[in-house]
Ligand binder design. Sequence first.
Ligand code: XIL
Length: 383
Amino acid sequence: MTLTRRQFLIHAAAATTSFASLKAIAWGKAASEFGLKDQFKDDFYIGTALSGRKIREAEPRYMSRIGREFNALTMENSMKWEAVRPQEGVWRWENVDRFVALGEKLNAYRVGHVLVWHAQTPEWVFSKPNGDLRSRKDLAGLMEAHIQTYVDRYKGRIHAWDVVNEAIDGGKAWRKSHWYNILGEGYIDRAFNCAHDADPKAHLIYNDYNMDQPHKREQLLSYIRRAKKRGVPIHGVGLQSHVGLSFPNIDQFEQSIEAFAAEGMRIHITELDMDVLPVAWEHVGAEISTRFEYSKELNPYPNGLPMDVEQLMVERYVQFFKLFLKHRDKIDRVTFWGVGDGESWKNDFPVIGRTNYPLLFDRDYKKKKCYHAIAALGHTKPQ
Ligand code: XIL
């Protein structure tokens, strides 16, 4: 049995103090101490992605924002294969240990990102020292040993894992990654089974971008239906939600929430941010190798976001949060992909060197208008 968000809250509360007295503490908080996590405490977790360097340096403004606003934590990069296992035989646990300890201190829901992905995975995983691709048997063994060692090490201390990330390509098909090319579709089953064996209580997630698109939705739904028949332990779908002012279509986004939930999946909004810069290309997802050339026209707000654009951003964030609240019975967590605009990956993706404004806090970690607009929608108010 995996822990749902509500079960986790109850367990966590019981571990420290009684649920009733914990609730009283949260309700009694002064307005100045009230964070998003408090406003939405009866709806879903509010999460963020952490920078390994920033939590190591423990910059006070950054740390106080995390503690006050968020009750779910993910590492932005430090738990990826290239960070944890840059070379064969080398495991680097330091950043992950620090993350888990911080999450425990804050009593936050802790997400492991990510076990199996085509990107940010070193070449040695797929190729032998002589450059030849690994055999099916070798790669399957490596993947299973990776998951087993990693999940087992943090058993009971990481609540949810992004087990497989971005396995679907732009069409209605599996991405032709080394994982797929060498192991076939079966690698997905294997990854989930192996994570479940290592920690039977962990909540296991399939995570991807552009999941509002009907062909990606259908591809995953069809897999989930088949996987469930085979007894594969898949519990949740992560909608990355790297959104913009004009994409995605919110009705299609809603249809995906409903369709995955109808298959018994819990919904996690895993990497929410909002690109407010011009989109001068046909279509872009979150495939991290995508690049477009820099031009001044593509970077129109280097010295601050004009008020009219900020207003559009506020309205758009409100639209998404209203949708999340409407489906609060299906959604476990809403995680933002970072804390302050200054460190967002969106300053360099898909064009390097722009000034973007995708998050709720500015470059000094001050609350932006979109923060206040979202907070106003929360059900729980400070006294
Ligand atoms: C991004 C990070 O934010 C960047 O710092 C890094 O350079 C590339 O990866 N989908 C995912 C995330 O699942 O791990 C990616 O994070 C963004 C797209």
